[in-house]
Ligand binder design. Sequence first.
Ligand code: MN
Length: 564
Amino acid sequence: MMKAPKIEKLIQANDFIRRAYNLAKSQHEGQKRNTNEPYFNHVLATAEFIAEWELDQTSIAAALLHDVVEDTNYPLEKIKSEFSEEVAFIVDGVTKLGKIKYRGVERQVENLRKMILALSQDIRVIIVKLADRLHNMRTLNAVPPQKQKRIALETMEIYAPLAYRLGMQKISGELEDLAFPYIYPKEYCWLIEHTKEKYGEREKYIEKVKPLVIEALQKSGVGLISVDSRAKRYSSLYKKLLRYDMDIDKIYDLVAVRIVVKTIADCYAALGAIHNLWPPLPNRIKDYIALPKPNGYRSIHTTVFCADNKITEIQIRTQEMHDEAETGIAAHWLYEQTKGTKIYNEKKSALSDKKELDWVQQLRNWQKEFSNPEEFMESLKIDFFKDRIFAITPKGEVIDLPAGATPIDFAYQIHTEIGNSCTGARINGKIKPLDHPLRSGDIIEIITQKNKKPSEDWLEFVKTSGAKNHIRAALKTKNTQLDKREPKTTELKIIVEDRVGLLKDISVIIARSHVNMTSVNTVTNAKFPILRIRCDITNKDKIEKLILKLKKLKEIKEISYQLI
Ligand code: MN
């Protein structure tokens, strides 16, 4: 049996969590993980993370039950009635997120992250999903090799950045570190080989420096809580090495000194005391307290010529800042790292900045609002994507569209030609009308036909201006083509004095000339009836010969023709 001290304590005290625990245990009875452990260990580990991150009992129960609907026969409806609508909502959300797969298409990354948020609706869905992913990554070596790389890549590209943006830096870093060896096995081996000793060396060195730091801070009366060392993660070291010619000696924060103090004033006092002891490197002081990182990260970093003249990074923060950086959800959605990249520029217009800021503000106030349960619940809702939807192609590509968009908008978003030749749409496997409003998570298959042209009616219901413009452009060429088209039919206009059997005699003459009649119209309200007969010939000689033959009928008063 695995250890889950937080959950074990909670099941003693909390009936709701105990019921979820017992249900999950009995439902997963007999199921095994790839590691050959009981399956229940996985949901227990997931719930233990949620408890460590100090989420509410709803989230903990949902974490315990997160695989019950997908992997056992227990219905969602029963979770709703036995626990609560919210627990069911989170379980359902996590199950849905499990169906979204990242397959390595670079330009989808940003849309996929957005879709995950849009589908989640409640921030707790993502957090339970992150806990689930964290445990899956810790046990990834038991998974078949062909699946390992896909899951690792998805973790690196989707879940680690999501955790980062939610301010959960520690989880984000751990996810990246766990994924790294599966994505870059050679680079990982190189890194271990070339840096292991250095890490050991630096750690020993920091141990030597620590008492000097403590002494200096105490002398200056700084409210000190702790001095520790922080080893840089492999994945982030690797990224940094790429920028520094793979020269490990240029990395000053391989192992950093981390000082935790009582107040913000203590942070600045500590900085002064450190600089008094060791001179700082110019331009290396970063005050993320005055200017927090976009995801909410706060700390002061400085790099100094430390003992034995070794260049060393020192980080200073309060306990609150420290806790926030570990698991806090003080995130800014649009993190710096995407700025200036193609994805960011292309997709920026799809987002409303104002709403993002509101959301971030809500998250920042997350813990403070705990005293007001209603507002707290409100702050968990993600609604800044409520006017966007994210639909998927059968190949898993995510298409970002405005709310109310139809299969036609979707088709044009993929490619103009696919829009122009669209004849039908299958939504989640079922044929639907072309004006059917799409929903987030819908899988859309567009049915096309060669040489098909758009219909004017589409203009009535499409939502995107892109689709409208393409339809108009295609209709224009369609009409001009109609005008320039080769005539295929001749219309004979014959004014007659009517008699019984005349039409029959006319048709016999036409048939003997080996000409097909395609239609006959009679206008009888004039003094003499007018016949309009269409034939499938365009050859002028042939037409005139036919007319001569027809003129032999004495009832025909007048005859003319035109090509159409
Ligand atoms: Mn799971």
